[in-house]
Design a binder for this molecule. Structure first.
Ligand code: ADP
Length: 252
């Protein structure tokens, strides 16, 4: 992740005009699909993601059942048209990895022992991708699970922080800034990306991945910043759910 382009200026202003601790714009809507038990549509910068929850229902095939608890099966998929160069449809290494870490993150939050032998399916479809889709997917999944009424300890939320290089007046690379929520160019040409997922109430970390290099000090700084981002997004999640159920209450 070597940087050749100028991602941040001397005043700490980023390519898209954001400050170092500023998120891209986020919009969340709960309950957008009628055939799913719970669903969510989320826009986060240039990312557009739908999450749909089905279940709890009997896990099939039977050998996937756990007699003591439900299995949470997240499936992350990027649409072929979600990126500039058409993406080859179907699962690949990256989408399998994201599905796995998302399933593991959700299993830490869903109260699975209420539904022995069941499966809870969480489908995450990325319609447009512009960096940070695993965080967008996990955040949307949290809202969709809450919309489905699945018992959870909390509503999971995710956000990344990272490091982007800065340049001196001669254009030579020097140092870098730890920043919140990398955009596409920052992800491509930055030095590091640290996506995390948390339970916002307890602060428990349910997902943590890292790409690139950070010193220990930068890691701590990035972690703190990402947690701050998660807490802001958590409020947007709650508002989306309140908005939906408020309308339902008013109509009925
Ligand atoms: P995340 O989306 O969670 O940041 P990555 O760091 O793996 O995950 O991907 C960063 C970005 O790279 C994605 O959001 C997407 O915009 C782009 N990208 C990922 N996979 C592909 C692909 N197969 N073709 C084109 N662009 C891709």
């Amino acid at each position: 992740m070597e940087s050749d382009i100028k991602l941040i200026d001397e005043a700490g202003k980023r390519l898209d005009g954001r400050k170092i601790d500023e998120l891209r714009e986020i919009k969340i809507e709960a309950g957008v699909l009628h055939r799913a038990e719970g669903s969510c549509y989320l826009e986060w910068g240039g990312n557009k993601v739908v999450a749909a929850v089905y279940g709890p229902r009997e896990a099939i095939p039977k050998h996937t059942q756990d007699p003591l608890k439900a299995v949470v099966r997240a499936r992350y998929n990027m649409a072929a048209f979600s990126v500039d160069d058409r993406k080859r449809p179907g699962p690949d290494r990256r989408s399998r990895e994201i599905s796995k870490v998302t399933s593991e993150a959700l299993e830490k939050i869903v109260i699975t022992d209420k539904f022995p032998r069941a499966a809870i399916d969480v489908n995450i479809e990325v319609l447009e991708a512009e960096a940070g889709t695993r965080c967008a997917g996990l955040t949307a999944a949290g809202v969709a699970l809450a919309d489905a009424g699945i018992p959870m300890k909390d509503i999971p939320v995710a956000c990344a922080a990272g490091k982007i290089g800065s340049h001196d007046e001669n254009g030579n690379k020097k140092g870098g800034y730890v920043v919140l929520d990398l955009g596409k160019k920052e992800d491509n040409f930055g030095d590091a990306d640290l996506p995390i997922g948390i339970s916002p109430r307890t602060g428990e970390i349910i997902l943590l991945q890292m790409d690139g290099h950070l010193t220990l000090e930068e890691f701590d700084q990035a972690l703190d910043l990402a947690i701050k981002g998660c807490k802001i997004i958590s409020e947007i999640q709650k508002k989306a759910l309140l908005d939906k159920y408020q309308i339902d209450l008013e109509v009925n």
